[in-house]
Write a protein that binds this ligand. Structure first.
Ligand SMILES: NC(=O)c1ccc[n+]([C@@H]2O[C@H](COP(=O)([O-])OP(=O)(O)OC[C@H]3O[C@@H](n4cnc5c(N)ncnc54)[C@H](O)[C@@H]3O)[C@@H](O)[C@H]2O)c1
Length: 396
């Protein structure tokens, strides 16, 4: 099997992104002359190479400006993505004072998301933010309230609840196909990003970068968590990264988190930057069951990552072997969040992605750190509308 390093993966996705995207968006119905949402992208690093082609494939989106404190990165994107002569800015203040737009897509270092998102909201712009929406739950909640007070929207990654595999699993839970749910497990790790130091600095870490996916999936499936207990650690105290050379690791690169849900359900997530995984970000061949949910009449195991899955095994028979369902992702792509919420703004139809869910996950991350520091169980105050799906699950 062919394996790609993280760096190879990213350069591959930069060039192949546009082609991959066209097929993924064929089902993106428009139904008449839709309003176009004018989007500005702030942060033109690695992940922007996945977002830009996806946004470009939507008839409801027009990218109108790019911004990066390393301005040359934004300038390079103009050519790479055939963006013509659109304005390019070197700071958020210039961006917000520049060409008009409707929604800012925040793809910068995690540590500055909160302050950039606040500026955008204050300037009357909707926001899609890569994770996390802010550095703390309180900061994120204040942004959510600010958006509400101004008639604006803010949403945060990830978009895992959009996948058909999530929908299938949520349908099994809702329809009682697993019986009484007891326990669940999620895991996501690799050997860590090598290009930017912020992943390892205070405010970074494996929970907001990786664990966040499993937290969104498991709370999305099992409902809001009421309390958290966790242990986190730093396994590798020093890293060498492209932008800063040798750095000290300040944020957890290893974490185990226990979530207490309603009705006695307990879930567990482990994530880290020191997990050997030959698949890395070549998710297509990944066979690991990264999400597992057990009830007293059945269990389900998600094959591959929750952000790019290869199906869901349902095992609910004493006599028959487990059956693999939902092998086709039906156009879902993990980088689709900004495109989908722009579509929601254009049509007025609420997306499944919910900002309160992203905020809940942010509170879990903060609570996990507090639990690890103090050895205590931390009660959570946030919640979100649950269940997250309404359709009937016909396949099981
Ligand atoms: N790289 C991925 O595969 C990936 C996947 C999913 C999510 N993410 C998330 O996307 C975000 C960005 O990650 P990345 O890997 O693209 O990082 P990156 O370091 O490659 O890119 C970040 C970019 O933001 C710019 N930037 C930093 N501060 C800024 C500011 N104040 N104003 C304008 N620009 C600023 C940097 O100059 C850099 O070009 C993170 O939240 C990360 O967790 C990344």
């Amino acid at each position: 099997m062919k394996t790609l390093s993280r760096q190879q993966f990213l350069s591959y996705t930069a060039s192949a992104g546009a082609a991959m995207l066209l097929s993924s968006l064929e089902g993106f119905a428009t139904g008449g002359p839709a309003k176009k949402i004018r989007v500005a992208i702030i942060g033109c690093g690695s992940v922007s190479n996945r977002y830009i082609p996806h946004l470009q494939g939507s008839s409801q989106v027009e990218i109108v400006a790019l911004c990066d404190i390393r301005r040359e990165r934004a300038v390079k994107h103009l050519e790479t993505y055939n963006l013509g002569k659109m304005p390019v800015y070197g700071s958020v203040d210039e961006l917000l004072a520049g060409v008009p737009f409707d929604m800012m897509v925040t793809l910068t270092d995690m540590q500055v998301h909160g302050e950039l998102n606040k500026k955008a909201l204050l300037a009357g712009r909707h926001v899609w933010s890569e994770k996390p929406m802010a550095n703390t739950y309180a900061e994120g909640k204040a942004l959510y309230d600010l958006a509400g007070s101004k008639g604006l929207k803010i949403w945060g990654a990830p978009a895992v609840v959009n996948s058909p595999q999530f929908e299938f699993m949520a349908g099994l839970v809702r329809d009682g196909k697993l019986g009484r749910i007891a326990s669940a497990h999620g895991q996501y790790g690799h050997t860590g990003p090598g290009w930017s130091g912020f992943f390892y600095e205070k405010g970074g870490g494996s929970m907001p970068d990786l664990g966040v996916y499993n937290m969104a999936t498991l709370t999305g499936l099992l409902g809001p968590a009421r309390a958290v207990m966790a242990m986190t650690s730093i396994v590798n105290p020093e890293r060498t990264v492209d932008d800063k050379g040798k750095i000290k690791v300040e944020a957890e690169d290893n974490a185990h988190i226990l979530l207490e849900h309603d009705k006695g359900v307990i879930s567990h997530i482990m994530c880290g930057f020191n997990y050997f995984d030959p698949h890395g970000h070549e998710a297509g061949a990944q066979s690991l069951h990264s999400i597992q949910v057990f009830g007293d009449q059945g269990n389900m195991r998600l094959v591959g990552y929750d952000w790019e899955s290869n199906g869901v095994y349902l095992d609910n028979s004493w006599t028959e072997p487990p059956v693999l369902h939902v092998k086709d992702s039906k156009g879902y792509q993990w980088q689709e969040g900004a495109t989908k919420v722009a579509g929601a703004l254009a049509t007025g139809v609420s997306p499944r992605i919910n900002a309160l869910h992203a905020l809940h996950v942010l509170e879990i991350i903060e609570a996990a750190r507090a639990s690890s520091d103090t050895g205590r169980k931390i009660q959570l105050e946030s919640s979100f509308p649950w269940p997250m799906i309404t359709v009937t699950n016909k396949q099981a």
